[in-house]
Ligand binder design. Structure first.
Ligand code: MIG
Length: 760
């Protein structure tokens, strides 16, 4: 309900504590560009699950009570709080950027309850069913030129305008299309870009929530939640990059990963036995397709019991087998689901029950639903003691030689209907409910896993999760769950991964080739041409689908596959630089064109091209039968990666793209750090750096460390700065020298020229 007139206020440090007719609220300045808006009693405020640590910095604020409201100014942003708790934001020049809508919401006409019941009986789930009243909503004016980006892992296209979404982590393996409201992740953050402004909004609320981005009206967009409090952050910035820097300042950044995690991963649900895995490992090497990682899906376990290993299927010695794989350069990632089999005598279940570590019914019994192992209990990850227990349990997998953990089913998914909303969970030190903790279940599982690995292993933990909330990027990488081998899903992979990047999650990928349904040779060949650019680079498929390892479709497809996997390995130094940049600034690795070309109308709605950092642009073919395509190149000079041809943008050009060609362009003035491809990261020492140079004025930094542990945080890294001129001349310097094994040789490579050594 809307509050009444502003009766009283007090400025406490950087917070305006507000008393309205009908309730309390507050507006807090965290940084000159980040403002929090909260409605409710201060003492009732629940600590954020996304934001860790103190984010408030000293800011000089000016406040003034005028006729139209209380004004709070930071130098970057002005906020006006008026009667009715309307909150409006302005930029430093006084122009309105984000204002509350003053009219009434005009809800789309809904049908009668009786008809809804009939629809549900027929089994038709539509946007009409299953919706509930919000505990609050925030309705913002929408500019005619508004585009919306982010919102985590949503289906559809880059621009979210005119769509309507829900935040409720959902495991739905059906072919996911633009009309899907919710998938596995809930990241209630978006960036609004208009002709004159850009800003971000993060609604920090874990209950089921709604984001209606102008679907209901052309005049406003709104967001709200079924429970909890109105609590959101306005994030100002001069560009999308600055807004994202602000958002990731708040919720954290993905830490630099181990270098091998950037290699190729092969997976399939259905590698049952040691022999199956052995065949894959030798298949990769025999076909000369670089590969670093093999994933072990649920079948490695004994009866799907977490922290067990099926001995029979692994000749009673999985450890020896994993050692053999390691000698050949393969790292093993195992799946680890949350559901713990209910079975007397099974140590994980017994420990959990004994310590009260599982979610409970309102009556205080261990809550049981079903997942892969049958009846199962659900660890209560919101409880720090449970996280520590779960983290320590990872030792079982580390002892086998496992190098990364893949968290699945952590929405949490359940086979016997959804968990009731009143199932009892813990939020740190207080009792909570499933309704509040559902959307952070995966987040806390990832946190438990990350912290366990960090403590027990010491290297940079590699965790992959399916379910996420805002801030999960601090602990885990993610994949987009159960896509299908459909062209529509290859098309969608681009906006989906780009929007995840704009939601603070840079280390993401889709199942290459598609998870469900049967892939085709052509689809696989095109998917690897997108996949080789995606930060998480994994081919994965479901049990029972057509096999889709790289060599399943004859030499033509295998050759194409190899070409792009090798291209990826060639670029690993560049990818690694992008991850380093991301840790510093929050800029994603894979970026939509709009990230660098905000003013460009073509870039704002581009769904079939993307950038890798700021220097490489990819325009893959994502339709069956297409052998050429139109490519849009934004402003600037570009070089065709394959033939060196120079094109000046902005321009639409026609590019031939036979099955073995993914059009790729590099910006003039770029220096791309590369290496010779290897069968796996670390096969040969990284002693030679190859700089691929594209004439034009430019400079960039290149980063090098041991690729393994946290020593870089103590300065044990090397940083180089390279510059290139119009005539292609390159110079370099070392700007930080802390790594004991810097390059022995740096080679400059230019199209049509002989390699030359660079001496610095
Ligand atoms: O209900 O572990 O998204 O990647 O292969 C299926 C089996 C459970 C869903 C995951 C998928 C994984 C599969 N899992």
């Amino acid at each position: 309900m809307r509050l009444g007139n502003l009766i009283n206020y007090e400025i406490k440090n950087q917070t305006a504590v507000l008393e309205f007719q009908g309730g309390e609220a507050q507006v807090e300045v965290l940084t000159p560009a980040i403002i929090n808006v909260y409605q409710g009693k201060p003492e009732e405020r629940i600590p954020s699950k996304a934001i860790e640590g103190e984010k408030s910095v000293p800011v000089d604020i000016r406040t003034e009570k005028k006729e139209d409201g209380l004004w709070i100014q930071t130098g970057e942003v002005s906020v006006r709080v008026s009667d009715g708790f309307y909150v409006d934001f302005f930029d430093k020049y006084g122009a309105e950027t984000c204002a509350d809508f003053r009219g009434e919401r005009r809800q789309l006409q809904r049908v009668s309850d009786e008809f809804l019941r009939l629809l549900e009986e027929e089994g038709h789930q539509s946007s009409l069913t299953g919706r509930r009243e919000c505990a609050f909503d925030v309705v913002k004016k929408m500019d005619r030129s508004s585009h919306f980006y982010g919102l985590g892992d949503k289906t559809g296209f880059m621009d979210k305008r005119h769509y309507d979404y829900e935040m409720w982590n959902t495991d739905n393996p059906d072919p996911q299309m633009d009309n899907f409201k919710a998938l596995y992740k809930s990241i209630p953050f978006f960036i609004t870009l208009t002709d004159s402004h850009v800003y971000g909004i993060f609604m920090d609320n874990t209950y089921k929530s709604y984001f209606n981005m102008g679907q209901e009206s052309e005049e406003y967009y709104w967001f709200g939640a079924e429970g909890g409090k109105l609590d959101y952050y306005y994030i100002a910035g001069g560009s999308m990059a600055e807004v994202l820097e602000g958002y990731t300042y708040l919720t954290g950044r993905c830490p630099l990963p181990q270098r091998w995690t950037l290699g190729y991963h092969q997976s399939r649900w259905g590698y049952m036995t040691l022999e199956d895995v052995e065949e894959i490992a030798s298949g990769m090497r025999e076909n000369d397709i670089p590969c670093d990682v093999i994933h072990f899906d649920i079948d490695y376990m004994q009866d799907y019991k977490v922290f067990t290993w099926n001995q029979e299927r692994y000749r009673n010695d999985p450890d020896a087998f994993l050692r053999q794989l390691a000698e050949k350069g393969f790292k093993v990632v195992t799946i680890n689901d949350p559901g713990v089999k209910k079975e007397e005598g099974y140590y994980v279940y017994e420990e959990g029950v004994e310590n009260g570590f599982f979610a409970k019914t309102p009556e205080g019994e261990t809550y049981i639903n079903a997942v892969w192992p049958g009846d199962a209990a659900f660890p209560d990850f919101g409880n720090p003691a449970v996280r520590q227990w779960w983290g320590d349990k990872q030792q079982f997998l580390l002892d086998r030689g496992v190098r990364g953990i893949w968290n699945d089913m952590n929405e949490p998914a359940s086979f016997r209907g959804p968990l009731p909303e009143d199932v009892v969970f813990t939020d740190e030190d207080r009792q909570s409910t499933h309704a509040e903790m559902h959307n952070v279940y995966g987040h806390y599982m990832a946190k438990a896993t990350y912290e366990g690995l960090k403590k027990l292993d010491g290297r940079r933990p590699f965790v992959i999760t399916r379910a996420c909330y805002a801030g999960t990027q601090k602990y885990a990488t993610a994949w987009t769950g159960d896509n299908h081998s459909l062209w529509a899903h290859l098309q969608m992979a681009i906006p989906q991964l780009c929007n995840l990047g704009l939601s603070g999650m840079p280390f993401v990928g889709t199942d290459i080739g598609g998870f469900g349904s049967d892939t085709t040779p052509e689809l696989l060949a095109r998917w690897i041409q997108v996949g080789c650019f995606s930060p998480l680079f994994r081919n994965h498929a479901a049990l029972g689908t057509r096999r889709q390892e790289p060599w399943q479709f004859g030499t033509e497809i295998t050759d194409i596959y190899r070409k792009y996997v090798k291209l990826r390995y060639h670029w690993i130094p560049y990818f690694y630089d992008l991850f380093y940049e991301e840790e510093k600034t929050g800029a994603p690795v894979m970026r939509p064109l709009v990230f660098h070309y905000e003013k460009d109308k073509n870039a704002r709605q581009c769904n079939d091209e993307f950038m890798l950092g700021s220097r490489i642009l990819a325009a893959p073919v994502v339709s069956q039968g297409m052998k050429r395509r139109m490519v849009y190149l934004p402003e600037g000079v570009w070089y065709d990666y394959w033939n060196g041809e120079k094109v000046t943008g902005p321009a639409w050009i026609m590019r031939e793209a036979p099955l073995d060609t993914c059009p790729v362009y590099v910006k003039a003035g770029s220096i791309i750090p590369t290496m010779e491809p290897q069968s796996y990261v670390g096969e040969k020492p990284l002693d030679t750096l190859i700089l691929e140079v594209y004439p034009g004025e430019g400079s960039s930094e290149h980063y090098l460390d041991n690729g393994a542990d946290f020593a870089y945080r103590d300065g044990k890294y090397h940083q180089y700065r390279f510059t290139v001129q119009e005539d292609g001349t390159v110079a370099g310097e070392i700007v930080h020298a802390g790594y004991e094994k810097p390059y022995e040789r740096i080679v400059v490579r230019r199209f049509g020229c002989e390699d030359i050594d660079l001496h610095i």
